[in-house]
Design a protein around this ligand. Structure first.
Ligand SMILES: C[S@@+](CC[C@H](N)C(=O)[O-])C[C@H]1O[C@@H](n2cnc3c(N)ncnc32)[C@H](O)[C@@H]1O
Length: 208
């Protein structure tokens, strides 16, 4: 089930300018291989948030071939730093080459392995943590991200409406984990959260 009316979704996509040939190539690749990426509607929002927050240090959990990371990377200047994490070495290598093609200026680190474990192993605090790991891991990410975000930092999670399955009467195990995550972000006094029903639903949790 799509979250947004199909016509509206098409309209929102059609009015966007194509800003970057590398992003265009990544979007074509995602379409051809049916690989899930956040897409330009969410990508542009990520870009704006980096600018608004003047973010300097970003960690991404579940980077695929680097599409969402590329949007973050584009918004960071040469003093910025981004850490991408991904299980697939092959996709991480692609991310590296897209970053090089796009002449992304910030310092970029490409970590192969479990993003949640890498989150715990990295030093220092982050301005933004973007969470796009396997959905059954979402509840586990929340306290770990809270420990590594600066005050005023943002935890962003993709797919929090999970193709509309969050309103099904008999949700499966993965959907139950997404539901649990959504409940936790509003209960957790460390955060002030909101969910935007854009694409597949994105949550924004501000660390207080
Ligand atoms: C939905 S894709 C999204 C990719 C990327 N965030 C984007 O929008 O362009 C999720 C990716 O996260 C990876 N992944 C899932 N769980 C992970 C984990 N715990 N650690 C590292 N990578 C993970 C998967 O291999 C997949 O490539």
């Amino acid at each position: 089930m799509g979250i947004v009316n199909e016509g509206i979704e098409d309209y929102l996509s059609d009015i966007l300018p194509q800003v970057d040939p590398v992003l265009k190539e990544m979007e074509s690749r995602a379409r051809e291989q049916e690989f899930p990426i956040v897409g330009p509607l969410v990508g542009r929002l990520l870009y704006q948030l980096v600018c608004l927050m003047k973010a300097g240090r970003i960690l991404e959990l579940g980077s695929g071939f680097g599409y969402s990371g590329y949007w973050f990377g584009r918004a960071l200047d040469e003093l910025g730093e981004i850490h991408l994490t991904e299980f697939s070495e092959e996709n991480l290598e692609l991310a590296r080459s897209f970053f090089a093609q796009g002449k992304i200026r910030c310092e970029a680190h490409f970590h192969q392995g479990d993003g949640v474990e890498i989150l715990e192993s990295l030093e220092g605090q982050f301005d933004i943590i973007f969470n796009d790991v396997d959905k059954h891991r979402y509840p586990e990410v929340l306290p770990k991200a809270a420990a590594r975000l600066r005050r005023g930092g943002l935890l962003i999670s993709d797919n929090v409406l999970w193709h509309g399955r969050v309103v099904e009467s008999d949700p499966d195990e993965t959907t139950r984990k997404v539901l649990e995550y959504n409940r936790l972000i509003f209960e957790d006094s460390n955060f002030f959260s909101s969910i935007i029903p854009i694409r597949d639903g994105v949550s924004f949790s501000l660390k207080q």
